[in-house]
Design a binder for this molecule. Structure first.
Ligand SMILES: O=C(O)CCC(=O)C(=O)O
Length: 297
């Protein structure tokens, strides 16, 4: 994390861009969705468990999506100072594109969003975003999948600015969490804009969660080795605004760089079963790190 003078705790993205990474996401397969929370059957829940993902279309109304975007822009515009103060302790805040530091004071509220990569910890600060993460039909569906009450433990907004939005390389989310690798961790990715392969929608490898944890390497990011990605099995998950993807914490997934002039804004929320306790950082690295495993990338 770089600190910038006169802008305390300005958090800048330091990931590595590689436009050629788009080749890791080429596919003609796209995910099907269920039409609304009310249409989710026990078979769909069983399919989530075997395939590791489920799409729910029109999960949120256009009014909820519009309110969430307004809430997001207010946070980016610095209208809730307590949100930015949280950055000092890694509790909440905004990660900007590395090239944005000097530009920021000159940008309008609308322009600023196109130099943001990520916001973390909005639930405590923005009720219009909390309304999405705490939406009862969503929490009920996550409860059905887990078989017990879920606890939200991470909430983020993930933005891909037009054309410059970077890839999020293939990974398993539990590799980033101090939670047991065999826990039923559920991620929810909510499209606020139309998400397409061109502007960087989610891509998954169906069933890949069943093979368990795989080593992650520090390359363009903390990621699965490119050579270990089952590129022939990739499924793209294009979503309309207000639709969502539920995905298992061990499913292999990633998003390509943006090649589009359309921005891609999304919310990502993670839930764990109430009964699951945290593990130590060393335990996480023993499972997901490459040290001592005789693996190369
Ligand atoms: O939205 C994105 O681009 C990346 C989402 C993702 O897989 C993650 O942040 O773990």
């Amino acid at each position: 994390m770089q600190q910038v003078k006169d802008a305390p705790a300005l958090w800048l993205d330091d990931g590595i861009a590689d436009p050629a990474a788009v080749d890791l996401y080429r596919t003609t397969r796209t995910a099907d969705g269920v039409a609304g929370f009310g249409a989710v059957t026990d078979d769909h829940v069983a399919r989530f468990k075997s395939e590791g993902y489920l799409v729910v279309e029109d999960a949120f109304s256009p009014a909820m999506v519009a309110a969430a975007i307004d809430g997001l822009l207010d946070l980016i515009d610095g209208q809730r100072p307590d949100f930015l103060d949280g950055q000092q302790v890694n509790a909440s805040g905004i990660q900007f594109e590395a090239g944005a530091a000097d530009l920021l004071p000159t940008l309008s509220r609308d322009q600023k969003q196109d130099v943001v990569r990520k916001l973390i910890g909005f639930v405590e600060h923005e009720p219009r975003l909390a309304a999405v993460a705490e939406y009862p039909p969503l929490v009920d569906l996550v409860t059905r999948i887990m078989g017990e009450p879920p606890v939200m433990f991470q909430d983020q907004a993930l933005l891909k600015p037009p054309l410059i939005g970077r890839e999020k390389p293939w990974h398993q989310d539990i590799a980033f969490f101090t939670l047991p690798a065999d826990a039923m961790i559920v991620g929810v990715w909510v499209a606020l804009d139309e998400a397409t392969p061109e502007n960087g929608c989610m891509h998954v490898i169906p069933g890949s969660h069943r093979a368990g944890p795989v080593p992650h390497f520090q390359r363009r990011d903390w990621q699965i080795c490119d050579a270990d990605v089952a590129v022939e099995e990739v499924v793209a998950v294009p979503l309309k605004p207000g639709s969502l993807l539920l995905f298992h914490g061990l499913i292999h997934h990633g998003t390509p760089p943006s090649r589009s002039s359309n921005r891609r804004r999304a919310l990502q929320i993670h839930y764990k079963p109430e009964s699951v306790a945290r593990i130590e950082e060393e335990e996480r690295l023993a499972v997901f790190g490459s040290e001592g495993k005789n693996v190369t990338c």
